[in-house]
Design a protein around this ligand. Structure first.
Ligand code: TRP
Length: 331
């Protein structure tokens, strides 16, 4: 089979419940590549164990993340959907790339610094080398384009550096990937603290809207969202709460900032928050329904994972044999 389409790869961790930030910033965009690219979307369970996981929950969330990919519009016939640990080459290449990645580079990763502060009892080596495993995910498939949220930009740049370094030592081996960071809806902020990112691990449940939240929960959370003391729906840097709500409203309605400002001119925050809650809940309703339908049929999900892993392994094998030869491992 000749592969002439360019390659897209992205991954989502099966840890925590996915938020509208994950949805709008990443997953919702994934399906736009299905026609023109060969696409690999991976449930990165190996990454998830860099923080302690409850086994039964990790297993359940792995199914859920796959189901969510599909519920968000990724057709398993048009996209390769699979679980990272089902293709052992990820871990294998991850180790090899560790040996071409500098301690200093990994020490500079902001996600490592953040996560070690947060999990100070468990600053394990995997947390440190997380970015080389991510580089392996990407480089294994000779990926051209990586759609991710803005928070992954630094990791992506490291993956590019590692690819270039390896290519320089051994000659052309890896495609150097580009990031695809959607600029309009890229960063959804916490509803309680709108200057920090909405995070699935936030302890304040009112700060985070999950893709699978009920309509009532969604509306309640938006009603409680932090805004500011004036009452003007206007997008501006000194109004982070309101601006975040405008971003979310735009993402679900496709309206421009000006249109949103005009629509709510003189109407106050109460009205506006309710409207944001409604478009969000209604926008997610089909995803939620499809998700429940998919989760009711585990054996179908297993068949999808299996077919995806077989397909992915085929591509991974090609890269691995090249890498082994270049490094000097005996065949
Ligand atoms: N680190 C990414 C995140 O937390 C997940 C991820 C792992 C990923 N491997 C990847 C994303 C490869 C894109 C490509 O969001």
């Amino acid at each position: 089979m000749i592969q002439d389409k360019k390659i897209v790869f992205s991954g989502v961790q099966p840890s925590g419940n996915l938020t509208i930030g994950n949805y709008l910033g990443a997953i919702k965009n994934f399906s736009r590549f299905s026609e023109d690219y060969k696409t690999f979307y991976c449930v990165v369970d190996l990454h998830a164990i860099t923080v302690r996981q409850v086994p039964a929950e990790l297993r359940r969330r792995t199914y859920e993340t796959l189901a969510l990919y599909m519920a968000c519009g990724l057709d398993e016939k048009k996209n390769t959907l699979f679980v990272q640990s089902h293709v052992p080459a990820h871990a294998e290449l991850g180790w090899m790339l560790d040996c071409y990645t500098m301690f200093g580079e990994l020490s500079r990763m902001t996600q490592f610094k953040d996560k070690s502060a947060k999990h100070s009892q468990n600053i394990n080596a995997g947390l440190f080398t997380y970015p080389t495993l991510m580089a392996a995910d990407i480089l294994l498939y000779q990926t051209d384009l990586v759609p991710v949220g803005i928070d992954q930009k630094q990791h992506l740049e490291l993956a590019r550096d590692i690819a270039m370094r390896f290519n320089q030592i051994y000659g052309d081996t890896f495609t150097v990937p580009e990031g695809y960071i959607s600029t309009d809806t890229m960063k959804i902020m916490s509803l309680a603290e709108p200057t920090s990112k909405m995070s699935k691990s936030d302890e304040n449940q009112n700060a985070v809207v999950y893709i699978l939240d009920s309509k009532d929960d969604i509306i309640r959370k938006f009603k409680k969202a932090v805004t500011d003391s004036d009452s003007c729906v206007k997008y501006s840097e000194d109004k982070p709460g309101v601006s975040n709500l405008i971003t979310i409203y735009r993402a679900f309605t496709g309206k421009s900032i000006e249109e949103v400002e005009r629509e709510f001119d003189g109407r106050g925050y109460g009205d506006f928050k309710l409207a944001v809650g409604e478009v969000c809940a209604d926008g997610l309703a089909p995803v939620r329904e499809e998700f429940s339908r998919l989760m009711a049929d585990k054996s179908h999900l297993e068949a999808v994972m299996k077919a995806g892993a077989d397909e992915a392994a085929y591509y991974a094998r090609k890269t691995m044999s090249k890498v082994r030869r270049k490094i000097g491992f005996v065949n």
